[in-house]
Design a protein around this ligand. Structure first.
Ligand code: ZN
Length: 348
């Protein structure tokens, strides 16, 4: 839920007393990866520079090296969860064995990469991708809507999204695309824009979404959707819908967020873009944070603070930490043996 602080005093509304939890300061445990670069006895057949690389998001960077002459293909692999590697780029080495592989610098955070060719693999190179700005706040300043179990999207399934911008002011689609791109950078998820829709999200209306669509962002009047029911003070609402009965890769229980809705009061006019003051960008980043499973925090420096009094619209350090932790680096979700039942997180 997003409420605009229209007056100087920031007393929470009744709704926020109920919904606003004390942020659970979850310490981010940096996973200590035990990495052993396995090479052929005697010598490495694939060599790369193993020096750590640090770049600003979306800065082109390649890893270069040499493979055994005669290698037909080399693949750049990314370690998603410890010990699990997935191929993110391939190249055919030149006749002298040299190769160049573009590293994925669109996803924020630090990850391990290696180059493999038939039967051989290189040493590990660490790549750190940083935001284009210095995020405010602290990495502990995030919370989730569901606390009993990890509730997250499945990075191994495509997440399609549409907008219903018929009632929006000009530029709404462009802002939504920017917001999804930033969400992608923070989570590692790939979002695919599917076009416009006339769907008006309501409680449990995901069945009415087009088949290729998991998230709908709609500018509507509050009376058009029961998502605003009991939340009439809110100017926008973000709501994830999840299925129980899933497992993470390590076998622990998980809920799979299978769809999401963002509804924004079309009569609540704010400037477009992501600049200073309250903007459409603030609203989108906040509500899409909920759709990713994030809850509210009290810290004013984070986008997930429910009061929109900040300056430039961009995720803070805590927002980014929360989005990354339950993002693509958790790996695929797996369906349990029992039939999944559904739930909806408390709407904010
Ligand atoms: Zn909210």
């Amino acid at each position: 839920m997003l409420k605009v602080l229209r007056r100087a005093l920031g007393f929470p509304s009744v709704g926020d007393v109920i919904l606003g939890r004390t942020p659970k300061h979850v310490a981010l445990v940096s996973v200590a990866l035990v990495l052993v670069a396995i090479t052929a006895p005697g010598q490495a057949a694939v060599t790369v520079s193993a020096a750590p690389i640090s770049v600003v998001v979306n800065t082109a960077r390649s890893v270069t090296g040499t493979a055994d002459k005669g290698s037909t293909t080399v693949a750049l692999q990314q370690e998603t969860v410890p010990g699990l590697w997935r191929t993110v780029a391939t190249d055919t080495p030149a006749t002298d064995g040299s190769f160049s592989l573009a590293m994925p610098t669109w996803w924020l955070g630090q990850r391990n990469y290696r180059v493999v060719t038939t039967g051989q693999q290189s040493a590990v190179t660490k790549l750190t991708v940083k935001p284009s700005y210095t995020p405010a706040g602290r990495a502990s300043e995030y919370d989730y809507m569901v606390h009993s179990t990890i509730a997250r999207w499945d990075p191994c399934q495509t997440i399609g999204w549409r907008v219903n911008a018929a009632q929006a002011t000009a530029g709404a689609l462009a802002d939504a695309k920017t917001a999804f791109r930033r969400l992608s950078e923070a989570t590692g998820f790939r979002f695919v824009y599917r076009g416009t829709t006339s769907v008006i999200p309501k409680l449990d209306s995901h069945d009415s979404y087009p088949r290729d669509t998991q998230i709908v962002v709609a500018w509507i009047r509050k009376t058009q959707s029961n998502l605003f029911k009991g939340q009439m003070e809110a100017d926008a609402i973000g709501s994830p819908y999840y299925l129980m009965g899933y497992h993470n890769g390590d076998g622990s229980d998980a809920y799979r967020i299978s769809s999401g809705a963002v509804v924004i009061d079309s009569r609540f006019r704010v400037p477009g873009g992501f600049g200073s003051g309250l903007t459409r960008g603030d609203i989108l980043l906040h509500e899409l944070g909920h759709v990713m499973g994030l809850g509210h925090v009290n810290a004013g420096s984070e986008m997930m603070n429910p009061y929109m009094t900040r300056g430039v619209a961009r995720y803070g350090k805590g927002d980014l930490a929360g989005l990354e932790k339950h993002g693509a680096e958790m790996g695929c979700l797996y369906a349990g043996s029992s039939k999944a039942t559904a739930g909806r997180a408390v709407i904010h």
